[in-house]
Design a protein around this ligand. Structure first.
Ligand code: TYM
Length: 331
């Protein structure tokens, strides 16, 4: 049976990129597959997190998942650190993955920057923990935004090498599921950069906690160009900010970029931005409101996560036992 696994880090405000690239797609998969959705708090600590903030952001991340439509009855929803098997399998994968593979990871290079020597070892082996997350559930479908593609290729290599080295067919082949018209949402301030939790400019992203006025202000200030919208999306080439806003509109409205262009052909951003604001508010207000409601009862969310962790462990423990047997550990 196909199983879906995905996760997000509780390291800051969840934003429109997380929603369109991930959460919304997770919700669409949960009726057809067995889904496991995780808040990856152990990935979060690869860079220092203030304990109180990490705790609060883990609760907020769970609220964001649920408010986006993840149903903790249908899907397994939990935070990674409650299921120790993730760390155990990650260690085993540290011994399977090769240095050369990790040296190619662009996200490590981006995050570590010039300060490579001062980056945590955890940040370097981050993709091995990510492979463990997925393979611990023998999940074969992983819905993510485009930025995670390279990590998933590495996870696939780890699964293959493990199967090959130990002569087993234990791990399935991982398939990235990259869905929709906004698989890489860019910053509202610079069409070359990804919309990200860690961008110091709050105006660069639309947070799932932003109210109507804030969304309107951010879209109004979003960087654009002075050209008009063309009839076809292919004619947006070379206009990264325009492509970004058209992609966001398309994803929110469940349309193709061509349909958006056909609707706004010959119009400038003076007309397009108010329409985008209206659509964004219409689609995001229910999520924002639900999140605010959920955040009023953090104890309830903690219970949901604890319950999810028990269900996750029930899947993970037998898989880890199989792995240990394959390796030859005395048990
Ligand atoms: P994270 O926390 O950076 O992001 C969570 C999800 O949101 C997607 N995403 C975006 N999609 C489109 N445009 C954007 N600007 C944008 N920003 C973020 C990400 O692609 C991701 O799907 N390493 C992962 C978390 C992780 C994971 C896993 C994912 C840990 N283990 C196992 C899948 C499977 C991460 O840091 O995501």
């Amino acid at each position: 049976m196909d199983r879906v696994f995905s996760g997000a880090q509780p390291t800051g405000n969840m934003h429109l990129g997380n929603y369109l690239g991930a959460f919304r797609n997770w919700v669409r998969l949960q009726d057809n597959y067995e889904c496991v959705y995780c808040i990856v708090d152990m990935h979060a600590i690869t860079t220092f997190q203030d304990p109180k903030t990490l705790h609060a952001q883990t609760i907020e991340a769970a609220a964001a998942y649920i408010a986006s439509g993840v149903d903790p009855e249908k899907s397994v929803l939990f935070n990674q650190s409650q299921v120790g098997e993730h760390a155990e399998l990650a260690w085993i994968f540290n011994c399977v993955a090769r240095m050369g593979w990790l040296n190619r990871m662009t996200q490590f290079k981006d995050k570590a920057g010039k300060n490579r020597e001062k980056a945590s070892v955890g940040l370097y082996v981050y993709p091995n923990l990510m492979a463990a997350d997925i393979l611990l559930y023998k999940a074969n479908r992983v819905p993510v935004g485009e930025d995670q593609k390279q990590h998933l290729e590495l996870a696939r290599d780890i699964a293959q090498k493990f199967n090959h080295d130990f002569g087993v067919e234990l791990f399935p082949e991982i398939e990235p599921v990259i869905m929709g018209e906004a698989t890489r949402v860019m910053s509202l301030r610079n069409g070359q950069n990804k919309m990200s939790k860690s961008d110091p400019s709050d105006g660069s992203r639309i947070n799932l906690t932003d109210d109507q006025d804030t969304i309107a202000k951010k879209i109004k200030k979003a960087k654009t160009d002075s050209e008009l919208l063309p009839a076809k999306a292919e004619d947006l080439a070379g206009r990264p900010e325009a492509i970004n806003l058209v992609s966001i509109y398309a994803a929110l409205g469940d349309m193709s970029k061509d349909e958006v262009c056909a609707q706004f052909e010959g119009k400038g951003f003076g007309d397009f931005k108010p329409a985008l604001t209206e659509l964004a508010v219409e689609k995001l207000a229910p999520v924002t409101n639900e999140m605010a409601k959920l955040m009023k009862d953090p104890k309830h969310i903690e219970n949901v996560l604890a319950d999810g962790a028990v269900r996750a462990k029930a899947i993970a423990a037998p898989v880890l036992a199989e792995v240990k047997a394959a390796i030859g550990f005395v048990r």
